[in-house]
Design a protein around this ligand. Structure first.
Ligand code: NAP
Length: 319
């Protein structure tokens, strides 16, 4: 089988492929034949080491000073190929999807994951490609809007950066929660944002849309408190999905400002969070937006697109 690897921090072209034997699942493990996996903004950051200002050293202390000691690929969809001893919850041939998480390891033809880990049956409503695209933006949008901002029906939501993985999920989940949604994106993606549920759409290059908003989801961290403040209604929440070190420290030390709140952080990627997103899907509230689908051998090209931060929805590679 083929495995992708990051031998060093560097450009997309530094990704290498190598051959390896197909692993065997140990007791409690499930061997997955991977059919599709997303190539996310997170993958691009782990490979390149390029993160928001001030966070580079922290990241390298966490995953490796000289090279990323993580394997490429954060989630997957595929079929169960073999079961380790004692696994009764899954069957050979079953369609599944799940997370390899921060330590990675889904950009390969086969992987082994714990049966009790972040693995779920793939519903009939999702193709392998959609299953691969399902979790990255969806988990982030759900946690930031529901748990942190506590977005309520009738509130006004601005999704700044509404066309990528996180933003396209946020528009859908915001609409499901009963918010009125304004969105910003490049003009080429305005129709997409409208089709997902945004009632007003503008180009972020033309400045900020007129407020007030109860919640602002600042996907790329390009508004920050200074630009968001005049747009927030009393009791408003600014949620920065991307934040540099000073914005993170500011949100931690001064979360309450002028009657508003500033929130940031990272989202959970555990089984309950996955199950909640699946429940939102079954309720008709969320389906991942599929962008380019490419063969696994084009992983380098997929990374070039992912690190542009202008991909529509989610990029998926198929094995
Ligand atoms: N905190 C967390 O736990 C967490 C979790 C997931 C992701 N993230 C971070 O969230 C960010 C977005 O991830 P993603 O997967 O959604 O990325 P993506 O798919 O590349 O989407 C980026 C979005 O931002 C828009 N955009 C680009 N430049 C912009 C600017 N200057 N001003 C406003 N909008 C701009 C793009 O719009 P157009 O393409 O239409 O121009 C697009 O809608 C990344 O920085 C990622 O690292 C954080």
């Amino acid at each position: 089988m083929q495995i992708a690897n990051y031998p060093t921090y560097g450009p997309p072209e530094s990704i290498v492929f190598h051959d390896a034997p197909i692993p065997r699942p140990a007791e409690g493990g499930v061997l997955i034949r991977v059919r599709a996996a997303p190539v996310t903004a997170g993958d691009a950051r782990l490979r390149s080491g390029i993160v928001p200002r001030g966070l580079g050293l922290m990241m390298r202390l966490a995953i490796g000073l000289r090279r990323p000691r993580v394997a490429p690929g954060w989630s997957f969809a595929g079929e169960v190929a073999a079961l380790g001893e004692g696994v009764a919850a899954f069957s050979v041939g079953q369609r599944v999807f799940g997370l390899t998480g921060f330590r990675g390891g889904s950009h390969r033809d086969y992987l082994v994951i714990k049966a009790t880990g972040t693995l779920l049956p793939l519903p009939e409503t999702l193709s392998f490609e959609a299953g691969a695209a399902f979790f990255f933006g969806g988990l982030t949008a759900a946690e930031f809007l529901i748990d942190r901002a506590k977005l309520a029906a009738g509130e006004r939501l601005l999704v700044s950066g509404a066309s990528g993985a996180v933003g396209s999920a946020a528009v859908q989940i915001g609409r499901h929660l009963g918010a009125t949604i304004s969105a910003t994106a490049s003009p080429a993606n305005h129709a997409l944002a409208r089709s997902l549920g945004a009632s007003m759409v503008s180009d972020y290059r033309d400045g900020t849309p007129p407020g007030p908003f109860d919640v602002i989801l600042d996907v790329m961290g390009t508004l920050g408190w200074a630009k968001a403040r005049p747009l927030l209604a009393p009791g408003g929440r600014l949620v920065m999905v991307t934040a540099d070190l000073s914005q993170m420290l500011g949100a931690a030390l001064h979360p309450r400002r002028k009657g508003c709140r500033v929130l940031t952080g990272t989202n959970k990627d555990d089984l309950p969070a996955m199950q909640r997103l699946l429940a939102l899907h079954h309720a008709g509230a969320y389906s991942p937006v599929l962008g380019p689908v490419m063969p696994f051998r084009d992983l380098v090209r997929a990374h070039v697109l992912a690190e542009s931060f202008h991909k529509p929805g989610n990029i998926v590679v198929v094995m």
